[in-house]
Design a protein around this ligand. Sequence first.
Ligand SMILES: [Zn+2]
Length: 387
Amino acid sequence: MPLAPEQRGDQSVAPSLVRYELLHVDAGTGARRGRLHTPHGTIETPIFMPVGTAGSVKALAPDDLRTLEAQIILGNTYHLMLRPGEQLIGELGGLHRFISWDRPMLTDSGGFQVYSLAEMRKITEDGATFQSHLDSAKHVLSPERSIDIQETLGADVIMAFDECPPSLSERSYLEPSLARTTRWLSRCVTSWSRLRSSLFGIVQGGLFEDLRKRHAEEICAVDLPGYALGGFAVGEAPEQMHAGVGFSAPLLPKDKPRYLMGVGTPLDLVTCVGAGVDMFDCVMPTRNARNGYLFTSQGKLVIKHARYAKDPRPLDPACSCYTCRSFSRAYLRHLFIAGELVAMRLNTLHNVHFYLQLMAEARRAIEADQYADFVKAFRARPTVVSE
Ligand SMILES: [Zn+2]
């Protein structure tokens, strides 16, 4: 039995929907400086949202995220519905209270993981049936079920249930898929209570400009608090993605937040902010950190490399995070090689700090009408640490 509407989500905040405030558009690019007002606080955009897959940003505690000044984090509906289940989270006061995070939060629809993780999936007009990757139990995810789960979790922003086709899909596959995603949006809107969570619609269309345009018109004809671009960074080359976002982001309404789902590398973020994207999420900084791949102002650094065995320098001399202020590359390499658990935390602290600071720098560059110079300077950085 679904929980009654008044039992859903975080009860400690007054219900209201998110509202976007466009502060400034960079004079030389499409980059936007804005604010997203939510029931759990205001987010300065453009922003990167660390991914808290199963109710935690892996290796970090909420205290770490507050120190890093993370403004909003993500939860994954697919993972949370399977374990521990949205009913349990709802009964314990909603996702904010369950994970002890009182700042804004966004949940995805679960659709993307159904397509990427689940076994034996089948998509019909009604929705997706699939087997859990955990125990092969059969589940159904439909527009109605996805919205019900997300409202029970109670995030500030919830996402429409869509199909995310591979970006290199043929037109013949995409056209019926896009039409179904539009029909699914209508069902999401019908199910959405509007009590606490704000529903964002998702524009698909692969790399076809005309399909993106047509789908943006269909999705944005539904008046929603925000819109997202889906189906990027799912197999295409970075240059193709940058071009696709370049023509897709301006198709979205100027007075609403624009969210590019599942993107990306630091270069992807810097490039797509220039196209007018406001919000990003990606597992890259956290997953790479756990694998010892670290982003620095001098390019990527692989901490396990033997040349760091006696290196007394910080990971990134230009970084002010706890890891870089406190430890040498030699120590971080030792921790990683020895499989010490704190290596995961220290590496993740650094990578998330790098992403969040990059967005803070981007915001300052937009405010100063210097975003094109900022992109140029970023592209001139080395891609790999040279020594
Ligand atoms: Zn650092």
